[in-house]
Design a protein around this ligand. Structure first.
Ligand SMILES: *Cc1c(COP(=O)(O)O)cnc(C)c1O
Length: 223
C-alpha cells in the first residue's frame, strides 16, 4: 500500500529532510491515496500532466517541478508552483522571473547541477554555475528566489561513486551558501536522492528527497 510505503520512508528521515513524492505518470487516484496518508508534497516532470493534476486535485497540495523545463512552458506553472528544482540556465531563471512578475509572485527555484557521469542529464556544471552566480545578473531578478541546489547521482550500483557525487553536490551547496547567499535564510534546500539512492543522499545532507517508484511502483510510460 502507498500509505505504508510512505510511512516506511518517512520513518527513516531526519527532521531536516522532507519527502517529495514523485507522482509523474501515476494517476490521480494514486496521488489521492498518498494525500489521504498525509503526504502533501508531490513532484512532477511534465508541464501538461502537472497542470491537469493541479486543476483536479486538492488545492493544498504543494507541487514541485522536477523535470526539464522549456522556457515556452514556464507560464503555465508559475501561477501555482511551490518549487522548481530544475533551473539549468540563466535564461530559464530569467523567464521564470518574467512570468512571475506579471502576476506579482515570487517563485522558489533550485539550481540544477550536473555531477553524474551520464552525458544526458541536464544541469550546470559546478564551474558554469559559479560563473553564472559570480556574474551577478540574477540579483536583479526580483520575482524568483534561489533556495538551493538540486542534483542526481549516476545510475550505478557503485555506492562509493554515488556517495562521492552526493558529497560534491553537498560541498557545492555549502560553497554557494557561504559565498553568495550568506544573508539569505531561504537558501537552504539540497535536493538529492531518489528511490535507489536516497539513504546515501540523506547521509550526505539532503533536505529534499525525490522518491517515485519506491512509493507508487513502476511507471507506465504508455499512459
Ligand atoms: C523520476 C524522477 C525521480 C524519481 O525517480 P524514482 O527512481 O522513481 O524514485 C527523481 N528525480 C527526478 C529528477 C526524476 O525525474
Amino acid at each position: 500500500m502507498i500509505k505504508d510505503k510512505i510511512a516506511a520512508i518517512v520513518r527513516t528521515l531526519p527532521a531536516t529532510t522532507r519527502l517529495v513524492a514523485v507522482s509523474k505518470y501515476h494517476p490521480d487516484e494514486a496521488i489521492l491515496e498518498a494525500y489521504d496518508a498525509g503526504q502533501r508534497v508531490f513532484g512532477e516532470s511534465k508541464v501538461q500532466e502537472l497542470v491537469g493534476k493541479h486543476d483536479r486535485l486538492p488545492s493544498d497540495v504543494e507541487w514541485h517541478f522536477i523535470g526539464h523545463l522549456q522556457t515556452n512552458k514556464v507560464k503555465y506553472i508559475v501561477p501555482f508552483i511551490a518549487l522548481i528544482h530544475s533551473i539549468d540556465s540563466f535564461k530559464l531563471l530569467a523567464e521564470v522571473d518574467k512570468q512571475a512578475s506579471k502576476i506579482n509572485r515570487r517563485v522558489n527555484c533550485l539550481l540544477q547541477l550536473h555531477v553524474a557521469q551520464e552525458e544526458s542529464k541536464f544541469g550546470f556544471t559546478p564551474q558554469e554555475c559559479r560563473e553564472m552566480l559570480a556574474e551577478g545578473e540574477w540579483k536583479q531578478l526580483r520575482n524568483v528566489r534561489i533556495c538551493g541546489v538540486m542534483g542526481m547521482a549516476t545510475n550505478t550500483d557503485d555506492d562509493e561513486q554515488i556517495m562521492h557525487e552526493f558529497c560534491l553536490l553537498s560541498e557545492f551547496f555549502k560553497e554557494c551558501q557561504s559565498t553568495w547567499f550568506k544573508e539569505e535564510d531561504s537558501f537552504r534546500e539540497l535536493s538529492m536522492g531518489m528511490s535507489d539512492d536516497y539513504p546515501l543522499a540523506v547521509q550526505a545532507g539532503s533536505t529534499l528527497i525525490r522518491v517515485g517508484s519506491s512509493i507508487f511502483g513502476e511507471r507506465d510510460y504508455s499512459r
